[in-house]
Structures are given as structure tokens and as C-alpha cells.
Design a protein around this ligand. Sequence first.
Ligand code: GLU
Length: 472
Amino acid sequence: MSDRPVVTRIAPSPTGFMHIGTARTALFNWLYARGRGGKFLLRIEDTDRERSTPEATDAILAGMRWLGLDWDGDAVSQFERAPRHAEVALQMLTAGHAYKCFSTQDEIQAFRDAARAEGKSTLFHSPWRDAAPGTHPDAPYVVRIKAPRDGKTIIHDEVQGDVTIRNDQLDDMVCLRSDGSPTYMLAVVVDDHDMGVTHVIRGDDHLNNAARQMTIYHAMGWPVPVYAHIPLIHGADGKKLSKRHGATGVEEYLAMGYPAAGMRNYLTRLGWSHGNDEFFTDDQARDWFNLGGIGKSPSRFDTKKLENLCGQHIPLMEDADVLRQIQAYLAAAALPTLDDATADALLSAMYCLKDRAKTFGQIVEKAQFILTSRPIVPDEKSAKSLDEVSRGILKQLTPQLQNVSWSRDTLEETVARLAEVHETKLGKLAAPLRAALAGRSPSPSVFDMMLVLGREETLARLADVSQDTDLD
Ligand code: GLU
């Protein structure tokens, strides 16, 4: 089996959003396949017809696309494959690995009650398992698999190690319901087999299912895939991640302004390690990712770490890419997107906006000096630095800036000289300058703002705050 080209998959059930845990599982499968020249497939487990709306499926596709997890071929619909699932159930029936069970719900309940009263296992033992076909009534039936009753089943799991299940704990599970529809257990196995899946990497809440699903592989004589059941993600309090802990859907992280690259890095590191490496690129993740690096205990979601990694990824991104992702973030956060002129202005300032930003929201905040037009109304804190003395100095600065070349060196020199004349520190002048140019504190350096705004706009903003002062 290990010689076969790697095929992995993510098999989400459409729940209306893409859970962060599903995203991490998808990412692990994607990295494992992509790092080995293999295939990564997507199957939508849409057999629950009430929940499986087109919108719920779209939410998953959108989450995958945002995270950049491209899949091979078309997304497979599990529901549409129901006839094939039934075909396999009938094949197992014909081969004697499954049987028709005519027991009614009442009979099954009576069996369980009696077993409980006797202190025995309540696992249902159907009287039809070995019944001769001649004794079959003309009544509705389900198709049950003949699970082994003796011995044990060992799941060779790449994360959990060998997990042994006693076969007397396995039931003859239903594969086909009385209306002919397949059960989830059957559908998963048939789909994974038909899609050529070699490695099943999924949450460890499916570990018990693996033992039951193996009975179908054995009955059909199909190779069992390599299993890797990964521990779930917990919140900071050590409990399974849920809404109580805050955002659990990937689209919420998009709307909070985290870059997909930072998200991928963080989610890869969540439950998997490569030495002490915290920050890595997609290429490194693809090269390094292996099943051996997956930890055995649940990992805790830590927003601080996520932000820290995002803060390292944003400065490395191409300016145009940052702008594109900012537009996607604004749309997801239901904020107005940028028109062409504003987007161009933002792009020209990107070099001084992205360097310390951890989220796109922080970039937009820092960019307010170009997103707001004159007159700039300073916030309370900035207004304080625009006292009479400072405004007087700014008034003197205006003519000096009129004719100098508009370069960083000259601007720095001009402002420094003025500070010297007034026996004040350059840093002291920065606050009123910032107040005049941006009116708020989160902004680039005053010289970067001057360069981005250009001479005309800079002088106009300085004039706005200093024209009504008498000091010269
Ligand atoms: N549909 C299942 C889920 O969303 C995944 C099944 C599997 O990976 O085998 O949890």
C-alpha cells in the first residue's frame, strides 16, 4: 500500500460553516498529499438532506478556497453515489458477508431490555444472521454486515499507535436501511475505496468508526487505508473547541482580518511540530509535514500565537497581494471595500503600512491618514499635542517645505533643523506633525506620511492646523 501514490481527502459534512478543526484536518491532508506529489480530494458528505443546502456546501468551498487548499478534480457528492453504495451492500449480501435482517425496532428494543436485565452486552445479535433464505418473510429488511465475533481488530494508526478493539464489541452494523438508502458507515468506506484514498487523516472522534469500517474493507477484500487519527482542537480551558471559546468558523477569521498564510502556518503548527520551528512558509510546511510529527494530545487554540505568526507573514507578502486580501477581508467583515483611487493610494503606502501589522484591520487603521480627506479632525489625544506653541512651529515649517526636494533625507533634515532652532527634540515635533497629518496615533512615521501624501497635501494639512495661530 505504501508504494501507491498518495491520495488523501477531506470529507466534511455541510454544517453551514467550516469549522476550524475541519480546516486543520483539510490542511494536514493537503500538506501530506502535496508534499508527496499525491492527490488531495474533496468529498461533501451531504447525505443529511435537511442540512445539505447549496449554501452550506458553498461555505465549505469558500473556506477551502480562502485557505488556498486546492483539491484535485471535482468535489464528490456522497449523496449522488447512493446507488453505488447499495450495489456494494448487495455484493456483500451475495458473497455471504452481509445478511437481510427482518427484526423490527420493537424486537430490537426487547432484545436490549432482556440483555440489560441479565447484565449482558446490549449489542444487538440478530436472529437472521444465519437464517436460511427460505425462512425469509416478505417484509421490510435492513442489510447488516456480519462482523467478526471472536478475536480482535487492530487499527494500525500512525498517530495513536496500534489500537486494539475486541471483536465482541463490534455489532453487525446496518449498511443499507429498509428504504434502500446506505448508512454513513458504508458510504464512507465505498467512497474512500472508489476514490482511491490511501491515507485517511481525520479527527480522533472517528477512531471507533475505523474498527467498524474495517469490517467492510475486509468483507470486500479491499486494502485498508493508512489511518492517522488526530487529536481534536481544544480551547484555552482545555475543553473541546466550541462557540463558547469564540470564533470556530474559518470565515470568521477571514472577517477578523487574518491572512490565509498566517492561518495556514498556525493551523499546521496546531497539533504538529517540526523541532522548535514556529514560523514557516508553505514550501517548508509541504517539505516537512509528516504523520510522525503529529502530537498525541489535544492542542489548545491560542489567538496570541496566531496573531504573532500573522504579524510575521504580512510583511513578507507582495503589496498587491496584501491589497487583494484586504479587499476580501473588508467584504467578509461587511465593511465598504476600497474604490480604485483609494486602493491605489493604499498600494503606494503599503510599504510603510504592512511592516508591523498582525491583521488587515490594523493596516486599514494605520492607513486612515490616506483614507480620510481634509480637513483632518484630530482625535482627543492628538488634539492635545496641537497646542499654540506646536502650531506656531508647524506654521514656520510650511514655507520651509515649499521648495525643498521631496525626499526622506531632505524632509528629515528640514524638520530636524527646525527642532534645533526651537531647542526642542525631534521626537517632540513628531506628535503635532502626526496630529496634523493623520489626526490619530496609529499611523506610519511622519516622514512616510509626508512622502505618501506628497507636498501639496502635506502643506495643506499643516496649513489647516496652523493658519489660525498668531505665533510666527
Ligand atoms: N463527515 C465526517 C465529518 O465531518 C468525516 C468523515 C471522515 O473523515 O471519515 O466529521
